[in-house]
Design a protein around this ligand. Sequence first.
Ligand SMILES: Cc1cc2nc3c(=O)[nH]c(=O)nc-3n(C[C@H](O)[C@H](O)[C@H](O)COP(=O)(O)O)c2cc1C
Length: 108
Amino acid sequence: MLVKAGTGIVVCAVANEAAGSSEEFAILDCTCASENILLAAEALGLGAVWTAVYPNKELMDFVRKELDIPQHVIPLNLIPVGHPTGDEKALDKFDAKNIHWQKWGGDF
Ligand SMILES: Cc1cc2nc3c(=O)[nH]c(=O)nc-3n(C[C@H](O)[C@H](O)[C@H](O)COP(=O)(O)O)c2cc1C
C-alpha cells in the first residue's frame, strides 16, 4: 500500500513526552492522533489506512531501522496516504446490541 500510495506517515510514541512519562499514555495519545490523521485524510479526499507496527517487535525494529528511529521511540503504525482509485464507502457496522445503556444509579 505504501509503495502505491507514495506517501506515508509513521506515528511515533515517546513515553517521556506523555503524562507521567507513561508508555501506555503515549500509545493512547498516538492512537487518538492516528484516528485524527485518518479522518483528516478522508476530509481532504485522500485515502489512508492504519497499518500495524506496534506491538509487533519485528515490525517495530524494521521501521526503526529503515527510518533511523531511536530505540526509546515507539513506531505505532504506518499510515500510507494517497489518492483513492475507487469510491469505497465505509462499512456500516452499527449494531444497537453493542451499546449498553445504564441509568445513573440503576442496574446495568
Ligand atoms: C490497530 C490496528 C491495526 C491495523 N492494521 C492493519 C494492517 O496491518 N493492514 C491493513 O490493511 N489494515 C489495518 N488496519 C485497518 C483495519 O483493517 C480496518 O481497515 C480499519 O480498522 C477500518 O475498519 P472498517 O473500515 O472495516 O470499519 C488496522 C487497524 C487498527 C485499528
